[in-house]
Ligand binder design. Structure first.
Ligand code: SAH
Length: 235
């Protein structure tokens, strides 16, 4: 079977895996945005007690925080070292309601269709050869009435300036080569993939950053980083 994954992308995250839980490392932005996205996801979908799958979970920053809020979480990724780090971190923290698996989202969707009440897929679509296929699989994984959340980066001159030149070259928040401009995704493209998969769009949010105050906040401005909440219509 052809894997919808780019080995170079998986290796990039594998090489840095040991630093995943260091809040001052290359993963600092993920640590800093996590409370914002967690609250937003939780407010819309009330994750306590729900079955949640986190697609492209990496070292488990979001997955573990959702488990701490009482969700039954499965984290999946195709990069082995981040998964090991995630597993170890949850074990050391004594969190029982979380599991991690190395499996492609398309394969899990075939195995467990409509099994989850909430699907999260954050900062992952822009690293994948065929993001529409991931959207399709996330839709297959969620039960009717359930929620699917995405976040990614818009594609326009401003996002090139902020997300690549600014974040990788000027502020050095991210390693050079973290993101590839051509893989960025416009909201209209993500919307189309969601609608084609059968999801209803509920809410777009922009995620903005002020490098001087080092503050992040959610807004209506989706020109660089943004999130989408969507639902599978109830049966
Ligand atoms: N979602 C996490 C991690 C984002 S980093 C968070 O927001 O905190 C991007 C992650 O996507 C990495 O862990 C990388 O290994 C994973 N990834 C990249 N391509 C993938 C693919 N085809 N399938 C599953 N995971 C993938």
């Amino acid at each position: 079977m052809m894997m919808n994954a780019d080995p170079q992308e998986l290796a990039k995250f594998g090489d840095l895996a040991h630093k995943w839980w260091d809040p001052e490392s290359e993963f600092r932005p993920l640590h800093e945005i996590n409370p914002l996205r967690l609250d937003w996801i939780d407010q819309l979908s009330q994750i306590r007690g729900k079955r949640v799958v986190d697609v492209g979970c990496g070292g488990g920053i979001l997955a573990e925080s959702m488990a701490r809020r009482g969700a039954e979480v499965l984290g999946i990724d195709l990069s082995e070292r981040p998964l090991k780090v995630a597993q170890l971190h949850a074990m050391e923290a004594g969190i029982a309601n979380i599991d991690y698996r190395s499996v492609a989202v398309e394969a899990l969707a075939a195995e467990q269709p409509a099994h989850y009440e909430v699907v999260t897929c954050m900062e992952m679509l822009e690293h994948v050869p065929d993001p529409a296929s991931v959207v399709q699989a996330c839709t297959q994984l969620v039960q009717p009435g359930g929620w699917v959340f995405f976040s990614t980066i818009n594609r326009n001159p401003k996002s090139y300036l902020f997300a690549i030149l600014g974040a990788e070259y000027v502020l050095k928040m991210l390693p050079k080569g973290t993101h590839e401009y051509a893989r960025f995704i416009q909201p209209a493209e993500l919307s189309r993939w969601c609608r084609n998969a059968g999801l209803e769009l509920v809410q777009f949010k922009g995620m903005e950053y002020n490098p001087l105050t080092r503050r992040y906040w959610l807004s209506g401005n989706t020109s660089v980083n943004y999130l989408l909440a969507s639902r599978k219509p109830a049966a």
